[in-house]
Write a protein of this length. Structure first.
Length: 123
């Protein structure tokens, strides 16, 4: 194999790793809860737990290197979670407690969803 072909293979592997890392990061972010290795593997199209663990370890190192407010941790039962570091959580906790909708509008939407189609005058 020529040096150029080896470089091309290496670049395509790096690109694939970046895509898989991005998918794992997105999954951990959106889930908001710990995810199993099997679930993460399914998302990137592999059954190899070793590969998933290697990629998550890379993601963990990247978050450590950035030294920002988020971290990737392994929790019980070999699950992984993207979370806020503890030193930041007490300062921003009250922001997370605010619901997007208060009880009134939420009840109205629930009523509409349950009774649909419904006329505005019946709401």
């Amino acid at each position: 194999m020529s040096a150029t072909a080896e470089e091309g293979t290496k670049e395509s592997e790096d690109e694939e790793n970046r895509r898989e890392l991005a998918m794992l990061e997105a999954a951990l972010y959106v889930a908001g809860r710990p995810l199993k290795v099997k679930t993460l593997g399914y998302l990137i199209g592999t059954r190899s737990k070793r590969k998933v663990r290697r990629l998550v370890a890379m993601l963990m190192k990247e978050y450590e290197r950035r030294d920002m407010a988020l971290e990737v941790l392994e929790v019980e039962d070999h699950r992984f979670v993207l979370q806020l570091k503890t030193e930041y959580s007490s300062k921003v906790r009250r922001l997370a407690a605010r619901p997007l909708l208060t009880d009134g509008p939420l009840r109205t939407l629930a009523y509409i969803a349950y009774r649909q189609p419904v006329m505005q005058k019946h709401v």
